[in-house]
Design a protein around this ligand. Structure first.
Ligand code: GDP
Length: 443
C-alpha cells in the first residue's frame, strides 16, 4: 500500500540529492513534488496546502546535521510533519469512569463498519475487557444476522431486537442491558447508506442523544481517498466524532485518507483495519504510518541516530550479514555514514595506530573517493542496493547509475567489482574470528 505516494516523493528527494544544504531555491522543487505526490495520493487540497506550507517553514529553518545529506534531512522533516498531522501518538479508546464505556460506530455502508465493530470487541476481549455488541441496522438485509454471526465467532454477546424495532430503542435498551450485565464496553453498530443521507444523519444524532456515548468512531474506508475529507467533515459537523477507524489499509489504497481525517476533524484515527478477518485490527500509530507512507524507514533511523553512538546490536547484525555474504550496498552506505559521523576521514585515521602518517593529499583522495561511491550508490534502486549481483550482469543498469551519479560507466563497473571483492574478503575475515570496527569478536 501507499506505493504511489512513496514513489512520487522519491523525486522530491532526488531533486535535493547532491546539494550540500537546503535553501530557498532548491527546496521549491522538492516541495512541488511533495505537493504533487500528496494530491496524487488523493489527499484533500486544503490539507495539502497546510502541509506543504508547514514543511517549507521547517525545511528553511532546519539546522544542518553533520553526516546527513539535505535529501535525507528533508525526508525527516516531511516525516515529522506527517506524524504531527496524524496526531503524534496513538490515541487509545476512551474508557468510562463507571462502566460500561459506550462506543457508537458510524459510517457509510460498505466501509467495513460491522466488521470493525466485531474486530474492536475482539481486541478488547483480548485485554480481558468484557464487551457487548448492539445491532441497530434494521435496514440493510441481513445486517443483524451478520453481527450475530460475528458475535458468535468471537464469543461476544450481541443485543438485537430483530428488524422491526426502532434503532434508537434498540440502542437504548442494548446499553441498559450492558449495564445490568456488568459489561465493560458496549459497542453499537449503526446503519449506513451508500451516500451521506439526511435521514441517516438524523437517526445517528438521535441514537447519540439517547445513549450519550463516550466514543463516536467514524469508520472510513482508506480506499475512498479524496472523499474521506468530505465524509469526515460532514459526520463531524453533524454528529461530532471523537475518533476514526481507517479500514482496508491492506488494499492498495494511496494513503490520502489517513492524512485528511485528522486534519479535517482534529480527531485521531484510533485503529486501522488491515484485512477481512476479525483479528485484522491494529492500533493506529502516526509514526509507523508516516514511515509507511514515505517508505524510507532506514533513512529516518539514520537521521535520528546521527548524533548517537554506534549501536552494538546494529554492529552485530552487520557482522552476521558479513559472515553470510549478505552485506549489501545499503550496509556499505551505512558504514560509510557511520564513519563520516565520527568525523572526517583524516580524524578517524589519526586515531588508528600507524595510519596517522598518511599525507593530507592521500586523505583528500580518500574523502573524494568516498563521495564518488556515495553518489553512485545513491543512484541505485532499492533492489540493486539490496542485491549487488543485479549489477554485475547488467551493463544497462550500470549505465543508468553512471548517468544518474554523473560518473563514468567504468567508475560504476569498478565500484561493483571492488564491492564483490571486498565482500568475499570481508566474509573470509569475518569467519576468521571477527573484524575490528565491524562488531568483531563474535565466537
Ligand atoms: P459495513 O456495511 O460498513 O458494515 O461493511 P462490512 O463490515 O459489511 O464490510 C464490507 C466489506 O468490506 C466486507 O466484505 C468486509 O469483509 C470488507 N472489509 C471490512 N474491513 C476490511 C479490511 O480492513 N480489509 C479488507 N480487505 N476488507 C475489509
Amino acid at each position: 500500500m501507499f506505493d504511489a505516494l512513496s514513489e512520487r516523493l522519491e523525486s522530491a528527494w532526488k531533486s535535493l540529492r547532491g546539494q550540500d544544504k537546503i535553501s530557498e531555491s532548491n527546496v521549491q522543487s522538492a516541495l512541488r513534488e511533495v505537493r504533487r505526490a500528496l494530491l496524487e495520493a488523493d489527499v484533500n487540497l486544503e490539507v495539502v496546502k497546510t502541509f506543504v506550507a508547514q514543511v517549507r517553514e521547517q525545511a528553511l529553518g532546519a539546522q544542518v546535521i553533520a553526516g546527513v545529506t539535505p535529501d535525507q534531512q528533508f525526508i525527516k522533516i516531511v516525516n515529522d510533519e506527517l506524524v504531527r498531522v496524524m496526531g503524534e501518538t496513538n490515541a487509545p479508546l476512551a474508557q468510562a469512569g463507571t462502566p460500561p464505556t459506550i462506543v457508537l460506530m458510524a459510517g457509510l455502508q460498505g466501509t467495513g463498519k460491522t466488521t470493525a465493530t466485531a474486530k474492536l470487541a475482539l481486541h478488547l476481549r483480548k485485554q480481558n475487557r468484557t464487551t457487548m455488541l448492539v445491532a441497530t441496522d434494521v435496514y440493510r438485509p441481513a445486517a443483524v444476522d451478520q453481527l450475530v454471526t460475528l458475535g458468535r465467532q468471537i464469543d461476544v454477546p450481541v443485543f438485537e431486537l430483530g428488524t422491526e424495532a426502532n434503532p434508537v430503542d434498540i440502542a437504548r435498551q442494548g446499553v441498559a442491558q450492558a449495564k445490568t450485565d456488568g459489561i465493560d464496553t458496549v459497542i453499537v453498530d449503526t446503519a449506513g447508506r451508500l451516500q451521506i443521507d439526511p435521514k441517516m444523519m438524523a437517526e445517528l444524532a438521535d441514537i447519540k442523544q439517547a445513549i450519550q456515548p463516550h466514543e463516536v468512531l467514524l469508520v472510513v474506508d482508506a480506499m475512498t481517498g479524496q472523499e474521506a475529507a468530505n465524509l469526515t467533515r460532514t459526520f463531524h459537523d453533524e454528529i461530532g466524532i471523537t475518533g476514526a477507524v481507517l479500514t482496508k489499509l491492506d488494499g492498495d489504497s494511496r494513503g490520502g485518507a489517513a492524512l485528511s481525517v485528522r486534519q479535517i476533524s482534529g480527531q485521531p484515527i484510533k485503529f486501522v483495519g488491515v484485512g477481512e478477518k476479525v483479528e485484522a485490527l491494529q492500533p493506529f500509530y502516526p509514526d509507523r504510518m508516516a514511515s509507511r507512507i514515505l517508505g524510507m524507514g532506514d533513512v529516518l533511523t539514520l537521521v535520528e541516530k546521527a548524533q548517537e553512538e554506534i549501536d552494538i546490536a546494529d554492529a552485530e547484525k552487520m557482522q552476521k550479514k558479513i559472515m553470510e555474504a549478505e552485506f549489501d550496498f545499503d550496509d556499505f552506505l551505512k558504514q560509510m555514514r557511520l564513519m563520516k559521523r565520527m568525523g572526517s576521514l583524516g580524524g578517524i585515521m589519526k586515531m588508528i595506530p600507524g595510519m596517522g602518517k598518511l599525507s593530507s593529499e592521500q586523505l583528500e583522495q580518500g574523502e573524494t573517493q568516498l563521495k564518488r561511491v556515495e553518489a553512485m550508490i545513491n543512484s541505485m534502486t532499492r533492489q540493486e542496493r539490496k542485491n549487488p549481483k543485479l549489477l554485475s550482469g547488467s551493463p544497462s543498469r550500470r549505465r543508468r547509475i553512471a548517468k544518474g551519479s554523473g560518473y563514468g560507466d567504468k567508475d560504476v563497473g569498478k565500484l561493483v567489482s571492488d564491492f564483490q571483492k571486498m565482500r568475499s574478503l570481508m566474509q573470509q575475515m569475518g569467519s576468521g574470528g571477527g573484524m575490528p570496527g565491524m562488531g568483531g569478536g563474535m565466537p
